[in-house]
Design a protein around this ligand. Structure first.
Ligand code: DC
Length: 222
């Protein structure tokens, strides 16, 4: 069976990782959550008391980071599995900050591109269809309104047993939208060849079904 690469982009809380994970499982493809890499860099800076607002300092420390992505959303940083620390809500805003730095993006993007050399990857993030795999056979751009995204993020935090405050979650998503869409380097944008799916009023299962149909279509056109 022919394999394709699938790029899934969209703002925070839109359901990207749940959807991408399910699609990958269904197709027996590799699933990569690229946000975890930016979260891991932010975590490294926090642990090492590097001022995240100081671009030069962050960049000068990138050579001290050995980042390995394992299957099923596991990440190790300098040989220590740090995954459980990365889901905290406060990490997300720091990740968004350091993700605006060009050199940080290059550092993460070159690792991500290695995963896409062989077809059969489902990768999700903000710039997958535009920068990481611009030749992906299928590009999906997910959107949903802010209230729905806040509710979904809260469910995710509950599932991971991470304490949260509803207003903080809401404001955090709003702030990240601004940062991710308006940054100079590789902002979140919908590519002209991406298919937009609004997930506000349809279930995640329906979205998965739609995408799987599109995958079938693309594979038979290959
Ligand atoms: O997908 P996430 O919420 O875990 O991502 C955390 C932050 O990382 C997000 O606010 C922006 C940044 N990010 C990015 O700039 N590019 C990506 N491909 C993935 C995430």
């Amino acid at each position: 069976m022919k394999k394709i690469n699938i790029a899934i982009d969209g703002p925070s809380g839109v359901g990207k990782s749940t959807i991408a994970k399910n699609i990958a499982k269904n197709l027996n493809y590799l699933f990569i959550n690229t946000g975890l890499m930016y979260r891991a860099v932010a975590y490294f800076c926090i642990q090492n008391k590097i001022d995240l607002n100081d671009e030069r300092k962050v960049i000068n420390n990138l050579n001290k980071i050995i980042l390995i992505m394992h299957p099923c959303e596991e990440v190790s940083l300098n040989n220590i599995n740090i995954t459980s620390h990365l889901w905290k809500d406060e990490i997300s805003i720091f990740a968004s900050k350091i993700a605006s730095y060009k050199k940080v993006r290059e550092f993460c993007v070159q690792k991500q591109q290695k995963f896409a050399i062989e077809k059969g990857v489902v990768m999700e993030g903000r710039d997958i269809g535009s920068v990481v795999i611009p030749n992906a056979e299928l590009k999906i751009f997910l959107v949903a309104n802010l209230e729905v995204r806040t509710a979904r993020r809260m469910i995710q935090l509950e599932e991971r047993k991470i304490p949260y405050d509803k207003d903080n979650v809401f404001n955090n998503i709003k702030k990240r939208d601004e940062l991710d869409k308006n940054r100079e380097n590789d902002p979140l944008i919908k590519m002209p060849d991406a298919i937009e799916i609004d997930t506000s009023n349809i279930s995640i299962e329906e979205v998965i079904k739609k995408i799987l149909l599109l995958v079938d279509e693309r594979i038979s056109n290959e």
